[in-house]
Design a protein around this ligand. Structure first.
Ligand code: NAD
Ligand code: IPM
Ligand code: MN
Length: 347
């Protein structure tokens, strides 16, 4: 079990450290962890956010546990050298096109959600976010118009095969759940979205047992707050999925709870919390490590087929929360290490 551990910046190293403690506590035979610098930390050490050695370690691994990247000191750098390019580069280089971001209300957190308890308690959804295309990876630039004004531009595009493969992931995920798939787009305005919708409908012919619906992204943002219990699986593009998953996190209590798996067509996967480097709380021992611990559980499930061990970690997190183990993000007083201790005790 070769796992590359890329802690990154800000709270990344703090939360990754705790997730590694949890993984090690399972006593899995053959577990081999290799750490490597990434993001702003790598830029400061060696001049590049995704050094060749780090990429090589990631490529050679069965799975990657990723913390977070992003450093305010680096926001003025040219884009190709910014910390965020490390995670974008890994997603592209490793062909990690399918990003699974589950959101479910843990028992006991009804009062921590930004929504009323009767609304939040129904949340059990999965966002399937396309991760290799869209406006993220199109041509972009800042140019000067003939009249002298500066113009920023980013090309949004999806090719049909890119939509087809993520649609299949969405349909298959729905079959393992409640057989409902909602495709989120902006087909009333964007040609990219019209093609997206057409292709999703074509793919749906292969999955007659799945109930497919379509929703514009603005309405989806509203429905996530009004009645999130209506959603089972949501499949959407890179940009919309980024935004909706942060929103979903607050519906279940905190961005410090949402894990993710980024999968390729092969067996390799990258696992990371959906949150960033949180510079406002970095170095203070305040970050909630649960999203990263739950990402480690997804790693065991998706990259190694260790469903039992994954479920054990998830149950330990659920029990810790039910027993009131909360950090400041959930209105509690436990720090990063104490939250991980609470999980480890219950493991
Ligand atoms: P963020 O997710 O880092 O933080 C948003 C807010 O949530 C902050 O108030 C933060 O303190 C809080 N928060 C986040 N994670 C938390 C946790 N585990 N426990 C408790 N509170 C938590 O988003 P941002 O502030 O917009 O971005 C900061 C930096 O992170 C930027 O450089 C951004 O580009 C980067 N970023 C990286 C990733 C990634 O590595 N995948 C994801 C998102 C943002
Ligand atoms: C995420 C982050 C990244 C994204 C950034 C850091 C590039 O927000 O993983 O959600 O936009 O995908
Ligand atoms: Mn994001």
């Amino acid at each position: 079990m070769k796992i590359a551990v890329l802690p990154g910046d800000g709270i990344g190293p703090e939360v990754t450290h705790e997730a590694v403690r949890v993984l090690e506590a399972l006593g899995l035979p053959g577990l081999e962890l290799t750490a490597a610098p990434v993001g702003g930390a790598a830029y400061k050490a060696s001049g590049h956010p995704l050094p060749a050695e780090t990429l090589a370690i990631a490529k050679a691994a069965d799975a990657i546990l990723f913390g977070a990247v992003g450093d305010p000191d680096c926001d003025g750098l040219e884009r190709s050298l910014r910390p965020e390019q490390a995670i974008l580069g890994l997603r592209k280089e490793l062909g990690l096109f399918a990003n699974l971001r589950p959101a479910k209300l843990f028992k006991g957190l009804e009062d921590a959600s930004a929504l009323r308890p009767e609304v939040s308690s129904a949340i059990d959804l999965l966002i399937v976010r396309e991760l290799n295309g869209d406006v993220y990876f199109g041509e972009k630039g800042i140019r000067t118009l003939p009249d002298g004004r500066r113009q920023g531009w980013d090309m949004m595009a999806y090719a049909e095969d890119e939509v087809r493969r993520i649609a299949h992931v969405g349909f298959r995920a729905a079959i393992g759940r409640r057989n409902k798939l909602c495709s989120v787009d902006k087909a009333n305005v964007l040609e990219t979205s019209q093609l997206w919708r057409d292709v999703v409908i074509e793919v749906s012919a292969d999955y007659p047992e799945v109930e497919l619906s379509h929703m514009y992204v603005d309405n989806a943002a509203m429905q996530l707050v009004r009645n999130p219990g209506q959603f089972d699986v949501m499949v959407t593009g890179n940009l919309f999925g980024d935004i909706l998953s942060d929103q979903a996190s607050m519906c279940v209590g905190s961005i410090g709870l949402l894990a993710s798996a980024s999968l390729s067509e092969g067996t390799q996967g990258l696992y990371e919390p959906i949150h960033g480097s949180a510079p406002d709380i970095a170095g203070k021992g305040l970050a909630n490590p649960m999203a990263t611990v739950l990402s480690a559980a997804m790693l065991l499930r998706h990259s190694f087929g260790l469903e039992g061990e994954a479920a054990r970690i998830e149950a330990a997190v659920a029990r810790a929360l039910a027993d009131g183990a909360r950090g400041a993000d959930l209105g509690g007083s436990l720090g990063t290490v104490a939250i991980a201790d609470a999980i480890l005790e219950r493991l």
